[in-house]
Design a protein around this ligand. Structure first.
Ligand SMILES: [Fe+2]
Ligand SMILES: [Fe+2]
Length: 244
């Protein structure tokens, strides 16, 4: 498992490389070129496949572009929140060390996955990257300072928003798959793999949510304002990172 500085360096390397506005290599530009030449929404498909490949529209590629940018930013924030929370939580509740490590390790794995996808498809990371680094570290540190319950309430709030965000992405790609089936086509293998990655990560985020609730997130004081503010912050950060 790479350390956080290594993961962040990978992200910055991808940031330097990713300057083109929209380039998802498994979908474009050769595929797009054929699409434009033939005015058709299909491609002959990969060798060995009996069905033509479903070619994404510009709008669908833009959706993936912004989804991957948001996901990378979200996973960066998650790793920093846990990193900032862990020392304080573990100091007062040593029995939580394995759980905090487990959640951090999963977040670091998610972050690595999106760093690789961002670099591979030459997607521009969010310009808000340095701001989210500071905000996430502050959120982790301040909730842990309020106590174990507040730290867990932070996880509950963040994972509720992130889990539903991944769910929206999964639902969207499933609608493309249904559209492809209606046309007698099939999704690109890499897109199918991305769908299963999103599903796995969504399930792991929801597992974190369950851990937080099982560890007294709802005992945080004041629970409602804390969770509401963090959830609002997450939704705002997602909206901004989609565009900026
Ligand atoms: Fe994550
Ligand atoms: Fe998570």
């Amino acid at each position: 498992m790479e350390s956080l500085p290594v993961l962040r360096r990978c992200a910055w390397q991808s940031r330097r490389r990713a300057t083109s506005p929209l380039f998802l290599d498994f979908l474009a530009p050769s595929t797009l070129h054929r699409y434009q030449c033939r005015h058709a929404s299909t491609d002959p498909g990969s060798p060995g496949s009996s069905k033509p490949r479903y070619v994404l529209s510009k709008k669908q590629r833009e959706f993936l572009d912004s989804a991957l940018r948001v996901n990378q930013a979200g996973e960066l924030a998650a790793t920093l929140i846990y990193k900032a929370q862990t020392p304080q939580v573990v100091r007062s509740h040593p029995h939580l060390r394995p759980l905090m490590k487990h959640m951090y390790d999963q977040e670091a794995g998610h972050f690595k996955t999106f760093n690789q996808l961002i670099a591979k498809h030459e997607i521009r990371p969010t310009a808000m990257y340095p701001v989210w680094e500071v905000a996430a570290t502050f959120l982790g540190w301040s909730t842990a300072a309020l106590g174990r319950e507040a730290a867990m309430a932070c996880t509950e709030a963040v994972e509720t928003e992130i889990g539903s965000h991944y769910n929206d992405q999964v639902r969207e790609i499933l609608s493309w798959e249904a559209d492809a089936q209606r046309r007698g086509e099939e999704l690109d293998e890499e897109l199918k793999e991305m769908l299963s990655t999103f599903r796995r990560i969504r399930d792991e985020e929801l597992e974190h949510l369950d851990h937080a609730v099982a560890n007294d997130a709802k005992e945080a004081k004041p629970y409602d304002p804390l969770v509401d503010v963090i959830r609002l912050g997450c939704r705002t950060a997602i909206k901004i990172s989609e565009k900026v």
